[in-house]
Design a protein around this ligand. Structure first.
Ligand code: MSP
Length: 652
């Protein structure tokens, strides 16, 4: 029986409407939950709302309503967003749930009874925004070290949790468990934070200052500090929102996904609270980075808050989900822009996956009477073995590795999937079914090619299902793949798809989005050179309306080449070092196509080369030519020749 998996998101403050930051963590959690369910793990995926504390109280006061009404009004917005983004959470917790409140009180009482909570007078610098005290040495020029807002001097009697007692045990634990806090850089930050003395934690607020909270079970003049209340949600949900035996089955959590800004509260406060309660710590706390918007911090005052509802309405949930996880490694900060979203949709989704699906369905309709044809063993060779190998390794090795909860390399998982998408498209280019279709003697080969293309899409549907569930279902329906997207699919084997099923063309999965309005038309020279790593100067580009003679054009020697080797240029995201066979010679070409193409997917690919370009040095490496590609700022596709043509053949 596969191990139970418990995945959590932070519970979001209901002081505002949901934005891209909330969507990001929840989408990542959803991908993980779906991935593990497909593999037969019992999964509990929890998200919810943090409804107490000063922020919510203030937001309600601003709206002129009582806090509970405020929460009840905003909660449906979050629930609606999760539906819109096809989030498959198993439970939705609200910290105003009476059972949650009772469990928080039980935890507090248990710590109080054990002498781990005491009352004391405390004077410190208080940040209202972060709802916490800072010590003298934390405060820089009167500002909160976290949010940079002014802090105020406050003296208050409060209840304190003896967090300092767990200082050394926590450090020891982190050192003994290298995958407890991920990524490693964040773990180092926490260890750095723990080099200074760890003070006791104020876990109460006097009702005179904050009234919207859970009353302390041992003093009715106080409410619980919102973070203590909120963190306990990870446990309390297991007691009343999970299947029976929830805590026994799912605790410790497999992974808490959090943003980098709330890592300390999780890694330090939550861990020490759990230690004090004699409970095991979560296996991993994974901190992701933050999104900026077109280079700027996202904020209401800047008016640049990305509304996930609007994104889904315009581009669809799957495209938005894909973009967020493909564009930026999960632990890193990233920048959101409409332009990069559109560029990904056009290059990866429309040209890549969408094209593969639509070509396949169309060819089966044209060349196989609309039914998936049966393959013929004698016609199955090296190319098919390559496809099978790549698709099988993807499902069995690459995805499980990249999606390990201690790694969470969503972008690499998607890169690996799109490697197979490209292989599928190349397979069609190389086998050229439209040529086979002209020769009745080659029907068996044609059938074999079409069958293997569908098999590729069957494996791909399973691979993308956690990321893009709607698309996976649509491909399954168009090609009648018979997938259930449940644990039953876990045993898929290449070649077991029964032939004979009728296919049905559906709407384009990802219609190309026109960018003409946003991107100025480039001159032909820019279009030629922009993607190949060759430095290009727009200064010498001819004006749009200038014409060249045939002699001008003939000065450019274009040749067909086959890519023999491809590897990344160290320290560059964009550049690939290619070895290209030009028939009589081999050239090294440094091409700026590394963002769009994984090197291994380029091997064997037929490309068109500018063969008489003056060699240039890029990052210290000589480039002896240029690969032609379509696109403007971003490469959209490589120029290729459909028919089998000898390397070195002239292109004119
Ligand atoms: N209520 C607390 C969490 C309690 S968990 C026991 C909270 N809520 S929040 O609504 O303010 O933030 C929730 C999450 O949104 C955090 O993980 C935060 O990192 C994330 N993000 C907020 N803005 C973000 C971006 N611009 N980009 C990415 N994530 C961001 O904190």
């Amino acid at each position: 029986m596969p191990a139970p998996v418990y995945i959590t998101t932070p519970i979001y403050y209901v002081n505002d409407i949901p934005h891209i930051g909330h969507a990001y963590t929840t989408i990542a959690a959803d991908v993980l939950a779906r991935f593990h369910r497909l593999r037969g793990h019992p999964v509990f995926f929890l998200t919810g709302l943090d409804e107490h504390g000063q922020k919510v109280q203030q937001a309600a006061a601003k709206a002129g309503i009582d806090p509970q009404t405020h929460c009840d009004q905003l909660a449906p917005r979050f629930i609606e967003l999760w539906k819109t983004l096809t989030i498959s959470h198993d439970a939705f917790i609200r910290t105003t749930d009476p059972t949650h409140q009772a469990i928080v009180q039980q935890c507090l009482q248990a710590l109080y009874d054990r002498g781990l909570i005491y009352q004391a007078e405390y004077t410190g610098w208080y940040c209202t925004f972060d709802e916490r005290f800072w010590t003298e040495k934390d405060v820089v020029r009167g500002l909160c070290p976290d949010c940079q807002r002014p802090v105020e001097r406050l003296s208050e009697r409060n209840y304190f949790f003896r967090m300092s007692r767990f200082h050394q045990p926590l450090l020891d634990y982190i050192h003994a468990h290298p995958t407890f806090i991920r990524p490693t850089t964040r773990s180092n930050e926490v260890v750095g934070f723990l080099q200074r003395p760890l003070e006791d934690l104020s876990i109460s607020r006097p009702k005179t200052r904050v009234s919207w909270g859970i009353e302390l079970p041992f003093d009715s003049d106080y409410v619980t500090y919102v973070w203590f209340d909120a963190l306990v949600n990870y446990l309390s949900a297991l007691d009343y929102l999970a299947p029976p035996e929830g805590r026994a089955t799912f605790w410790p959590a497999t992974v808490h996904l959090v943003g980098k800004d709330i890592l300390t509260t999780h890694a330090v406060y939550w861990s020490t609270i759990l230690m004090a309660l004699n409970l095991p710590l979560p296996r991993t706390i994974f901190a992701h980075g933050w999104w900026t918007v077109e280079g700027e911090k996202m904020s209401k005052s800047r008016g640049n808050v990305v509304d996930p509802f609007a994104m889904v309405k315009e581009f669809g949930a799957d495209a938005f989900r894909y973009f967020l996880l493909r564009e930026v490694p999960f632990g890193h900060d990233g920048d959101f822009s409409r332009e990069s979203l559109i560029s990904r949709i056009n290059s990866d989704l429309a040209n890549g996956l969408g094209n593969l699906v639509s070509r396949t369905v169309t060819m089966i309709q044209r060349f196989a009477k609309g039914r998936i044809p049966a393959p013929v063993t004698a016609e199955t060779g090296q190319l098919e073995a390559e496809l099978q190998q790549a698709a099988t390794t993807l499902l069995q090795e690459k995805l499980p590795t990249h999606l390990e909860t201690t790694r969470l390399e969503f972008h690499r998982a998607l890169e690996a999937i799109w490697g197979v998408v490209q292989l599928g498209n190349q397979y069609i280019d190389r086998t050229a079914p439209w040529v086979l279709a002209k020769d009745p003697g080659r029907q068996a080969r044609l059938n074999t090619v079409l069958y293997h293309t569908v098999e590729t899409l069957r494996f791909l549907s399973l691979a993308i299902a956690p990321f893009m569930p709607t698309t996976a279902h649509a491909i399954n329906a168009q090609l009648r793949l018979g997938l259930t997207f449940s644990h039953a699919d876990d045993t898929v084997r290449w070649g077991e798809l029964p032939p004979g099923q009728p296919v049905e063309k559906g709407a384009a999965l990802f219609p190309r989005i026109s960018t003409e309005a946003q991107i100025p038309t480039t001159s032909s020279k820019e279009a030629l050179s922009s993607h190949t790593g060759q430095p290009h100067s727009t200064a010498s580009a001819p004006p749009h309306d200038s014409l060249i003679t045939i002699e001008d054009f003939q000065r450019i020697h274009l040749k067909v080449g086959t890519i023999l080797q491809a590897e990344r240029v160290p320290k560059s995201h964009k550049l690939l070092k290619l070895q290209v066979d030009l028939g009589t010679e081999q050239r090294q070409i440094i091409a700026g196509i590394g963002k769009q193409y994984a090197p291994e997917t380029l091997i064997g690919r037929t490309v068109v080369i500018v063969a008489n370009l003056k060699p240039a040095k890029l990052m210290g490496l000589e480039s002896q030519g240029m690969v032609l590609a379509a696109g403007d700022e971003e490469v959209k596709g490589l120029v290729t020749i459909q028919e089998p043509v000898e390397p070195g053949t002239q292109v004119k």
